[in-house]
Write a protein that binds this ligand. Structure first.
Ligand SMILES: [Zn+2]
Length: 113
């Protein structure tokens, strides 16, 4: 006796419909919802002079996953919708060995760091 597989339970046209639905839910605009335009800054603290420095990394589009409320991503570039909320985010990169100022000072005095 032959064991039936899933294909044996499909009605005519159902397979095409399932394939169409599968492609539909895989579209990026279906899975991710654009929620804001983000001006992203990275913050670093220099280990030599202990100054904090902020760098503008550019505009990003914040997106939240439609079914997983804990998933979020930033996509490079502004969102196409100009009326969307604009926010500033600062991502702390922690302590770095040298900042740009300390590198210049170090080079000026002969590179002792
Ligand atoms: Zn420094």
């Amino acid at each position: 006796m032959e064991i039936p597989n899933d294909d044996d339970f499909m009605l005519a046209g159902e397979e095409d419909l399932l394939e169409q639905l599968f492609k539909e839910v895989q579209r990026p605009e279906f899975e991710w919802k654009t929620v804001a335009a983000i001006a992203l800054f990275h913050k670093q603290t220099c280990s030599q002079c202990t100054d904090e420095h902020k760098f503008f990394m550019g505009w990003f589009t914040a997106q939240e996953h439609r079914t997983d409320k804990f998933s979020r991503r930033l996509v490079k570039g502004m969102p196409p919708d100009a009326n969307i909320q604009h926010r500033v985010e600062v991502h702390d990169q922690g302590i770095v060995p040298l900042c740009a100022t300390c590198v210049l000072i170090d080079q000026a005095i002969g590179g002792i760091i």
